[in-house]
Every structure is written in structure tokens, then in C-alpha cells.
Design a protein around this ligand. Structure first.
Ligand SMILES: Cc1cc2nc3c(=O)[nH]c(=O)nc-3n(C[C@H](O)[C@H](O)[C@H](O)COP(=O)(O)OP(=O)(O)OC[C@H]3O[C@@H](n4cnc5c(N)ncnc54)[C@H](O)[C@@H]3O)c2cc1C
Length: 381
């Protein structure tokens, strides 16, 4: 019987970066994944690493630390990191005030950012619509990653150079403490042993510790996304827009946030959790999203299985107010899901001293997981 220092269940971004930090500490690590290739939230997202959108100070700092970890990894292997910066564009005076206030907050934290007038934004990005933009704020340190490849490449690097043991097609069906250590069973009848287990299973909460998840204050979010057909380069940075300024956590720290007034049109979009982000991929396709709808964690069936064309239309109509692009033809559309803690930033729980649950990181996993898991693993050892 081989015993590992740490077994991690779930090869999404949380599981993979827990493995990275534990391996760096010289631990023996086995990563178990139920699918032949993991393909949940960590692989179907925007891939924007935007610490500027995270709640201050803690999650912003995890985001900042994550950028550094991504950069270090990129120096060793191509994980698809591109330091292309993030633009926030305000669409009215209230949003512009929030940009001015957050500019102050981030400048005090020595986080490089620069305010631009509407004309300067239009000069820098001719794809922007004149009627939309009232001004902008740019964060040059921020980055984007290709979610289709990033976590896979990190995992391959860990296997090849850091001694990670990895087993795909391995659905874990039980985890228990036996004789002071953890015993893990797979659906194929295999048994594994380790001193500690991390359970980072994302939205699948119905198989392992279902009562724990049912009682935890968690909801699941369904996001709709679209990809427009490849076209000539329209912009190179991440683009975040007025409704994003009204939505992202960092802006809640601005003095004017609670005075925001909302128009009927904005309210309608907000009811579907819509805010518009754009990213142009290497092949010229434009990724556009997103919307958010919510149900309690153990009621996923309430989402049904359809992509709402009405929601996609609403997103496209709002997007058309913001940018000129060559074509609005949609190449593909998909839904992604993540678990989110209702009243806290993440859900963590330790069971029987040896089983450590990490879940509910919500919509900030690509931005903050490397930094968050660094601290988590440090506390674990
Ligand atoms: C559409 C969309 C856009 C997003 N955009 C961004 C963005 O631009 N920036 C950002 O910061 N964040 C973004 N996010 C959020 C980010 O993707 C998530 O926070 C993050 O991926 C969650 O990672 P995770 O490891 O917790 O879960 P997951 O990626 O879901 O990984 C969990 C893994 O566990 C496996 N698993 C489950 N049960 C078992 C079992 N019993 N045995 C073995 N394996 C198991 C699953 O197969 C899965 O591979 C977005 C999310 C979505 C859906």
C-alpha cells in the first residue's frame, strides 16, 4: 500500500494549484479527477485575471499574488499567460465617479493604474463607441489566460517536473478517516491512503458529504457565454464595462457605490446578472459574456438544460452599444457553472482533522486561486 502526504480530489484550478504548492514544499501528492479530461468551470471561463475587480483588501491581494505565481510559472513553461492589461469603460457620470474613486484606492496600494478621458479612450481603442464611453481606467499589470489550456498545461508541468501523481477517470465515492489517516475509495474499487485529503470538487456536491454541502450556505451560478466568429483584431486588452463597474466587489469599497442610481434598462439586465466583458482570443474570435442565474447548491435541476436565447440576445444588444466589431455572428454559445458561498468569499471546512474541503470560490477562481491556495497550503503544513 502506497501512502501519499496529500491526495487531492478534483483537478480544477483549486485542486491543481493546491498540488503545485504542496509539491513545492516537498510533499508527495496524488491528484484524482473523475473525467478523462477535466472540463468544468476552470476550463470554460473567460480567463481574465483581474485583481482590480476583487474585494479589498484580501481577495485583491490574493489576485495580485496569483499574477506573480502565473508569471513565475510562465517563465518555466507556456501556460498561455498574456500580460495584456484590463480596461474598465464607464458609460455614465456615476460610473466615472466610481472609476475616479477606485483609481485613488488602488494608487494608495501601489497598484499601477491610469485614468483616461473619453477622447483618450477612443484614440487608444477606435473600436469603442463614442456614445457609450465617458472615460476609462487601465490596469497594465493584469493579464489573461487561455482557459482551454492553462490548467492542463500546469498539470502537465507538475507531472513532468515536480513529481505529481495524477489519475483521471477516477471518481472518488468515499473519503473517511481510518487509523488516523485518510482512506479514499474510487468507483472502480481502488483504495488510496494519505495523511491529508483536499476535496475541491466544484459544483458536484451530491456524492461526497452531500449533507455538509446541503447545510452550507452555498448557491450555484449558471453563466451564459458566447464566442463570435474569428475576425480582424479589434482590441488587445480585457474589456470590462459599465455594468461590471456596478457589479464587481472592489467597487463596493468606493464612497459613491451606495449612491448609485439604476435605470430601468440597467435593472432589466441586472435581473439576469448581465454585465458585459470582452476578450479577443488568439484566433481573432471574440469571447463575450456573461449572465448569472442562481439556485441553491443542491437544486441544480432547477436550471433546466437550455441556453436561453433571450439572455444571449440581451447580452448581444448591450455589447453592440459598446463596441464596433467586424461581425456579430455567434460561432458558439455555452453555459458554465460554479459554486458560490452566499455570505462569505469561499467555503472551507475541515472534517475529522484530515479531510479539508475547499469550494464556493465563485467567479474569481481564475484570478485568485493560485494566491489563495498558496496561503491555504502554507497553513496546512
Ligand atoms: C463562464 C465562466 C466564466 C468565468 N470567468 C472567470 C474569469 O474571467 N476570471 C476568474 O477569475 N474566474 C472566472 N470564473 C470562475 C472560475 O472559473 C471558477 O472560480 C473556478 O474555475 C472554480 O474552480 P474549482 O477548481 O473550484 O472547480 P472546477 O473547475 O469545477 O473543478 C472541480 C473538479 O473536480 C472534479 N470532481 C468533482 N467531483 C469529483 C469526484 N467525486 N472525484 C473526482 N473528481 C471530481 C470535477 O470533474 C472538476 O474537474 C468563471 C466561471 C465561469 C463558469
Amino acid at each position: 500500500m502506497r501512502k501519499y502526504d496529500l491526495i487531492i480530489v478534483g483537478a480544477g484550478i483549486i485542486g491543481t494549484f493546491c498540488a503545485y504548492h504542496a509539491l513545492k514544499r516537498g510533499k508527495t501528492v496524488l491528484l484524482l479527477e473523475k473525467d478523462s479530461l477535466p472540463f468544468e468551470a476552470s476550463f470554460r471561463n473567460f480567463g481574465q485575471a483581474v485583481p482590480s475587480g476583487q474585494s479589498l483588501p484580501l481577495w485583491f491581494e490574493y489576485g495580485r499574488k496569483s499574477l506573480k505565481i502565473y508569471k513565475d510559472l510562465q517563465e518555466n513553461t507556456d501556460i498561455s499567460l498574456v500580460k495584456n492589461g484590463s480596461w474598465y469603460y464607464a458609460s455614465d457620470d456615476q460610473e466615472m465617479t466610481l472609476l475616479e474613486e477606485i483609481h485613488q484606492l488602488f494608487t494608495e496600494r501601489n497598484y499601477t493604474n491610469k485614468l483616461y478621458t473619453a477622447q483618450e479612450c477612443l484614440d487608444i481603442n477606435p473600436s469603442l463607441k463614442k456614445d457609450y464611453v465617458k472615460g476609462g481606467l487601465f490596469f497594465p499589470e493584469e493579464a489573461s489566460l487561455n482557459p482551454l489550456v492553462m490548467v492542463h498545461r500546469v498539470r502537465e508541468f507538475l507531472i513532468q517536473y515536480m513529481g505529481l501523481h495524477y489519475q483521471p477517470l477516477c471518481s472518488v465515492i468515499s473519503i473517511e478517516k481510518k487509523r488516523g489517516i485518510a482512506k479514499i475509495h474510487s468507483a472502480h474499487g481502488q483504495a488510496f491512503w494519505s495523511d491529508k485529503v483536499i476535496l475541491a470538487s466544484g459544483r458536484d456536491t451530491q456524492f461526497l458529504f452531500p449533507d455538509l454541502f446541503a447545510q452550507a450556505d452555498l448557491k450555484i451560478s449558471k453563466l451564459q457565454m458566447m464566442r463570435l466568429i474569428p475576425q480582424k483584431r479589434a482590441f488587445k486588452s480585457n474589456i470590462l464595462t459599465g455594468l461590471t463597474i456596478r457589479r464587481y466587489e472592489s467597487f463596493h469599497s468606493c464612497p459613491s457605490f451606495h449612491k448609485l442610481e439604476t435605470s430601468a434598462e440597467q435593472k432589466l439586465l441586472q435581473e439576469h446578472g448581465i454585465h458585459i466583458l470582452f476578450k479577443q482570443a488568439d484566433d481573432g474570435s471574440i469571447i463575450l459574456g456573461d449572465s448569472h442565474s442562481y439556485v441553491p447548491a443542491h437544486h441544480q435541476a432547477n436550471f433546466g438544460f437550455e441556453i436561453s436565447t433571450e439572455i444571449n440576445e440581451m447580452m448581444l444588444n448591450e455589447a453592440k452599444r459598446i463596441l464596433h466589431v467586424e461581425s456579430w455572428d455567434v460561432e458558439s454559445t455555452w453555459a458554465g457553472y460554479y459554486l458560490q458561498a452566499n455570505k462569505s468569499d469561499i467555503f472551507t471546512k475541515t472534517l475529522d482533522d484530515v479531510i479539508h474541503v475547499i469550494n464556493g470560490i465563485g467567479g474569481k477562481g481564475m484570478t485568485t486561486s493560485p494566491g489563495f491556495t498558496a496561503e491555504y497550503i502554507q497553513k496546512l503544513y
